[in-house]
Design a protein around this ligand. Sequence first.
Ligand code: KG4
Ligand code: ZN
Length: 340
Amino acid sequence: MSIFILGIESSCDDTSAAVINETRILSNFTANQDVHKTYGGVVPELASRAHQQNIIPVIEHALKHAKIRKNQLNAVAFTNGPGLLGSLLVGASFAKAFAMGLNIPLLEVDHIQAHILAHFIQPATGDKDIPDFPFLCLLISGGHTQIVIVKDHFDMEVIGRTIDDAAGEAFDKSAKILGLPYPGGPLIDKYSKQGDPKKFPFPHPSIKELDFSFSGLKTSILYFLRDKMKDDPGFIEQNKFDLCASIQSTIVDILMHKVENAVKKTGIKQVAIAGGVSANSGLRKALLNKQKSAGWKVFIPDFEYCTDNAAMIAITGYFKFLDHNFSDQKSSPYSRNIRS
Ligand code: KG4
Ligand code: ZN
């Protein structure tokens, strides 16, 4: 029997639905919520409401594009956490009702595990290289920064984590200081391409072992710009590209330094990246250079699987389906990370 799974993601501000046929993706649709742009960050109450409006059209679209009827689905997978509770509740409630109506199993999925397992999604046609176990994964998103040893689909050990801001927050908060709109990560990436990464050297934190810290960087950017702007109010505008390039290269260096240490410590040379920040072009380049110079085998996700998406929920649901690891109607979403 060929297995078809519907995946639903609604943990933050993206409403997404995907259909997977075992590991092969059939459709993956995301409705972004522009409403938060004006506020400089995600407003939880507005996110829940937008999910409520988007969820049915997004799911209908995903099913239609996959050319799958509801009664062909074998299970429904949904994000159960971590994330914004009101947002999660929209996806979870929908998934429960949908599974009950179709009398098919429910699969609850951890958002962080799903970002990592996105590496196992196969494209609609052709075959993609997937990592062997064990591999290292640098998980970097707006809410999380971890180095994980992935020993099996559901056997993951976190060996490094941030003690304050996540890497995505470091990008977004730095962008905010520069006056860029939310989320600033992609804009810093874009402007960096025209700037000099060595123009403004920002300090690197010295944090033990494999842990990260990004709050010092934010403070040093803030003080640096405050002083510069006193003498020249046009400083940010005139140096926007060099500032972005310098900030990006500092964050990428911090991440790469810890990953290098993790490879040394574990002896594992297969390195994957996952989460929104894995879309960053500076980081992708640094990893590919390392593949050449240090013999690493690197796994870089396609752009559509870097930021939040339901394809990663569907693939994780598929592996749970194989393990008969089903959920019941009593499962309830959690807001905090349960694995770090
Ligand atoms: O994984 P994700 O979509 O949501 C969470 O689970 O948090 O990650 C969103 C984060 C944001 O902080 C955003 O600024 C960052 O990923 N991001 C980037 C880039 N694209 C998205 N950061 C740097 N460079 C990018 N190209
Ligand atoms: Zn995410």
